[in-house]
Design a binder for this molecule. Sequence first.
Ligand code: NAD
Ligand code: UDP
Length: 334
Amino acid sequence: MKKRIGEIMRTILVTGGAGFIGTNLIKRLLEDNNKVICIDNNYTGRLENIKQFLDNPNFKFIKHDITKPIKIEGELDEIYNLACPASPPHYQKNPIFTLNTSIFGIINILELAKKHNAKILHASTSEVYGNPLEHPQKESYWGNVNPIGPRACYDEGKRVAETYCYEYWKNFGLDVRIVRIFNTYGPYMDPNDGRVVSNFIIQALKNEPLTVYGDGKQTRSFQYIDDLIEGMLKYMEMDKEGLENKLKSKFNWDTIPVLNMGNPEEFTILELANKVLELIPESKSEIVFKPLPKDDPVRRRPDITMAKEVLSWKPKIRLEEGLKKTIEYFREIV
Ligand code: NAD
Ligand code: UDP
């Protein structure tokens, strides 16, 4: 019999569960009465994040590196594959590890899903579009990625992982779905993560200069974490046939399900810096300009037509509101 949210507990594995998205997801899955197994090797994840779950009998933590195969005893209904360093400084620190996590990691997780006949959601990224020549980016866009640059270990690793998902979906009929996540921020980000939202907030709270890379005219679209979690849960709630039929009939999409998830409101990095300073009025920080990292994408904004139509989902939290919540979080911990 099919298990439904809130009624019967499902057993759900979350890889990378001690990280930013993982912690927010696990919190919600436990609230919804599920059993959660969290796998993490603590590479960028923080034990402080998951301490709050350790007394919950429905939560289990396994310290494990997904580049190595893993066996899970008992039933497994769903897997969220989130494990991978995600911020540019972290994924570039050990690029071979990043590549291995995407490639060997997804093989091990797909094999596990196959063995348990589990449904799987794989966290891919807007980085598969690289420095996009098409704007905004639709799921059908193939991307513009440099295979031998400093971002390639992440971008190309994620592209290969998508291909593995596709081949397991095609050859074994595995219930795999891919989400391409665009810049997401919120509570439980690591203060040392290095991504722009956490950097600016922490710099402003500490009265240090806000480091804008380049001229700050490059754009990003920032999604608040609660919107992403809502979207991922809705995505996983759909059954394979219903999801694939809807994608085919509405969008003529006859391959593995892939959905962009992000907030289509686009801002320049300079606008973001000014917004953070406005929301922390006591800050004495100024803005300083630093060199632009190599291959930094110029523009990025998701086209979310497919997710809107198929899941009846769209982001609800605008930048100012999300920043306020994130600032509150960082005020407590830094
Ligand atoms: P994060 O760095 O906070 O979390 C990643 C987690 O994965 C960490 O807990 C880390 O210790 C763990 N991990 C890394 N390699 C591992 C390995 N080999 N074995 C086991 N655990 C491992 O990052 P996040 O922002 O929470 O991102 C989660 C996922 O979402 C990643 O796959 C990332 O690529 C994807 N994503 C995130 C964003 C975003 O804006 N946050 C955007 C696009 C895609
Ligand atoms: N950035 C910045 N200052 C910082 C960190 C990042 O100006 O302290 C810029 C970075 O160059 C990029 C954008 O902000 O143009 C988003 O960077 P982030 O690392 O958050 O994510 P990306 O989208 O590049 O993966």
